[in-house]
Design a protein around this ligand. Structure first.
Ligand code: FAD
Length: 395
């Protein structure tokens, strides 16, 4: 048996026992981008005990040393087994920046707790007046002795209500260009003066929040990197946020949709998957996913070789989210009127309420609605196109 086959067997064997039926069901029914904390933490800790929670980290910090092929296999097997999708805030975002920019003390303080799941992180970048134009952010931090005093607010802060930590961009100087004078801080969300308010999305989920800071005092040891040079840290982190990892998950979803539509009548005498128009759309989505998968491999190679990936991650962000939305649109078309009933009880973790309509289509509408945001978050697709226009086309 080849090494990769053996590795695949090892992952499958692990998932067979570790992923309980409840966790699989929670993974199948996850309508949001990531599983809510109770489910996510349970799964996170299982992967942690196995030593597989941060496979892409350098070995000395708890990575697995897997090759790109092994990482791809791991990702695919998790998706095939319906493992709950885990938020990247800690393991794929703040973790890599602490490794790249943190002092030895910060690495010791944060990395083990990210891996164990003891700390749950939120991302404090966007503000009501600073999203696409992130550099115009105004949430202010002023030095007062050995503390920063923070005032202002952050918005669209995913899972802040589940988190005990936040990594936050704050303005420490207003005198230069907007990109200068930004500082990257790491601190506790239970610090006095922080107020987290929910924002309920169109799908009815509570994933997002606005976080208010009123004279919040955090120690200067919260600083990651240099004061006023947080933009460098922020950009490094965004590369990880915008990276690939769409193709595998979407490929599995498309396969599931093909299986479902192979049995679903189109109303004109054939199965939906055989309907000429629908079959063409399925085939086009499949081809585009193949291309995306190849680009993702290119991004992973560059990242693992320590290269900056620049506009490649923008390219993948645009194509990945467009295809994500396309797959949800094809799913809604297949669900037809079964997409309409609002069924939060059937979707709840541990629920025994059965679905109205086919079980496979229970998440069709919430996922469709939730994924409208995919072309906005992590930097809107229009902004990614601007980046590509400048960097690739020189416009
Ligand atoms: C589901 C979700 C989760 C999120 N999670 C987080 C989080 O955890 N932490 C966090 O910090 N942020 C988070 N965000 C915020 C996200 O990063 C911003 O929404 C995004 O950067 C866009 O900013 P904005 O909402 O202020 O829109 P705006 O910047 O006001 O843009 C509005 C529209 O104008 C377009 N536009 C703006 N400027 C230009 C331009 N120069 N050229 C062309 N078009 C332009 C945009 O593309 C967009 O369509 C999240 C957002 C969503 C939707």
């Amino acid at each position: 048996m080849s090494d990769l086959k053996q590795f695949t067997e090892e992952v499958r064997e692990f998932l067979k026992d570790a992923l309980t039926p409840e966790l699989r069901r929670a993974g199948q029914l996850c309508a949001g981008i990531y599983a809510d904390k109770p489910v996510a933490l349970e799964w996170h800790q299982i992967l942690y005990k196995q030593g597989w929670i941060t496979p892409t980290w350098p070995l000395e910090y708890g990575g697995t040393g897997w090759s790109l092929e092994q990482l791809g296999i791991f990702e695919r097997e998790l998706t095939l087994a319906s493992a709950p999708p885990l938020t990247p805030n800690a393991t794929r975002m703040v973790g890599p920046v602490v490794i790249a920019f943190g002092t030895d003390e910060q690495k010791e303080q944060y990395l083990p707790r990210i891996r164990s799941g003891e700390d749950w992180w939120a991302q404090g970048y966007s503000e009501p007046g600073a999203g696409s134009d992130l550099a115009s952010l105004q949430c202010k931090a002023e030095r007062d002795g050995d503390h920063y005093v923070i005032n202002g607010s952050k918005i669209w802060t995913t899972h802040a209500h589940f988190s005990n930590k936040i990594f936050c961009l704050v303005r420490t100087d207003n005198s230069g260009k907007p990109q200068q004078g930004i500082t990257f801080l790491l601190f506790d969300l239970d610090t006095p003066g922080i107020d987290i308010q929910p924002l309920i999305s169109i799908s009815g989920d509570h994933e997002l929040n606005q976080v208010f800071f009123d004279n919040v005092r955090v120690p200067i040891s919260s600083l990651l990197g240099e004061e006023n040079d947080g933009w460098t840290v922020a950009k490094y982190l965004l590369q990880h946020e915008r990276g690939g990892r769409y193709a595998t998950r979407l490929g599995v979803k498309l396969d599931q949709l093909k299986t479902f539509t192979a049995q679903e009548p189109d109303g004109q005498g054939v199965a939906l998957a055989q309907n000429t128009d629908y079959a063409r759309k399925l085939a086009q989505a499949g081809i585009q996913l193949e291309v995306l998968g190849a680009f993702e491999q290119k991004l992973f190679s560059a990242l693992s070789a320590g290269e900056t990936t620049g506009s490649l991650s923008s390219m993948l962000k645009v194509r990945g989210t467009e295809l994500r939305q396309l797959v949800t649109e094809l799913t809604i078309e297949a669900a037809a009127y079964y997409g309409l009933p609002y069924q939060p009880e059937a979707l709840a973790y541990g629920s025994n309420v059965s679905a109205i309509g086919p079980d496979d289509m229970l998440t069709a509408m919430p996922q469709y609605l939730n994924d409208r945001a995919a072309s906005i978050y992590a930097g809107s697709n229009e902004i990614q196109r601007n980046i590509m226009a400048k960097a690739v086309l020189g416009l």
